[in-house]
Design a protein. Structure first.
Length: 319
């Protein structure tokens, strides 16, 4: 029965006009009340394992690269509780309550697949520690090794960089000017606008560092040139597209629960929703039709009956 409700929850997310809370979703699907959706979200479900199962059925991870980043979800009218913290919003330029999540995605330049998500909690692990946990789990549980992984300077911490060196993974990231190479601050070491050098980084590994005007980038492959490293760095913009779609079309900010587990389940179901819509987009692309996820959702909403993507029926989520 649980699988049936999960199946209908994802269908409701796909067909929702804009109300992604339990009450709004229950109006879309037949014979399921908002109480059933609420109980589903509060239950202990291995939602991440379900996400990985869907990935294996739809598009197993092959040659591609990983991107890790975090985003802030506004909760302006929410009670302040464990997951909600007042912090500065880059969009609104104000101090507002919200939830922070850390997300890892896989992409090959065409397909975009969310792999794992963690919710930051007050008094819990920091965002770099959550990223460390995600990377370890992807490598040890999924047994996956990417072409490379990229992230911003917030995650360029000593434990993460040493972990990636230990795994033999290639990484590209930017660093603050105060970081040291060969025991010298990188800003002092590279005086010119487009200089580069190799050396021992502050965390103990050997890296090649590049300066582009006032920004500094490092890669743990000493043979890579500037052009290749900068192309790898620029590829991380894909995750910003994924964040925008998750917020605008997949119900990421719609949960109105006060329960930690409910938010984790809802976020993972939203990732499955994105995965299904992305697979549908790729199907259209293979037919020579360039259709966005927004257009797929628009067509689904305008139909007089529920839109159930063929990809979702193949997942066998319904008992």
């Amino acid at each position: 029965m649980n699988n049936n409700i999960i199946y209908w929850y994802i269908i409701a997310l796909i067909n929702s006009i804009g109300k992604f809370n339990a009450s709004g979703l229950s109006r879309i699907v037949p014979d399921i009340s908002h109480d059933q959706f609420t109980r589903l979200l509060k239950k202990y479900i291995e939602a991440e394992l379900l996400l990985w199962y869907c990935i294996q059925r739809i598009h197993p991870l092959t040659k591609g690269y990983l991107i890790i980043d975090d985003t802030w979800l506004p909760k302006c009218f929410s009670w302040i509780f464990k997951l909600v913290k007042v912090q500065r919003s880059g969009k609104f330029k104000l101090q507002l309550p919200g939830i922070t999540v850390v997300l890892l995605i896989w992409t090959d330049g065409v397909y975009r697949i969310p792999v794992s998500i963690r919710v930051w909690k007050q008094g819990g692990k920091t965002k770099p520690e959550l990223a460390f946990e995600i990377i370890s789990k992807v490598r040890n549980k999924l047994k996956y090794k990417p072409k490379y992984i990229t992230f911003d300077s917030h995650y360029a911490t000593k434990p993460i960089l040493k972990l990636l060196d230990g795994y033999g993974w290639i990484y590209v990231t930017n660093i603050p000017r105060s970081r040291t190479i060969n025991e010298t601050q990188v800003y002092s070491l590279l005086r010119g606008g487009y200089m580069q050098t190799c050396g021992k980084a502050w965390y103990g590994g050997k890296v090649r560092v590049f300066r582009n005007k006032d920004r500094f980038y490092i890669c743990n492959r000493l043979s890579y040139d500037r052009q290749k490293v900068m192309a790898m760095w620029k590829s991380r913009t894909v995750i910003e597209e994924v964040f925008r779609i998750l917020k605008q079309a997949c119900g990421f900010v719609g949960c109105q629960m006060r329960n930690d587990k409910a938010y984790e389940n809802h976020f993972n179901f939203c990732l499955i929703n994105f995965l299904v819509l992305e697979a549908t987009r790729i199907q259209y692309l293979r037919q020579g039709k360039k259709v966005s996820i927004y257009k797929i959702r628009e067509n689904a909403i305008l139909q007089k009956q529920l839109f159930i993507p063929p990809v979702l029926t193949r997942l066998s989520l319904i008992a």
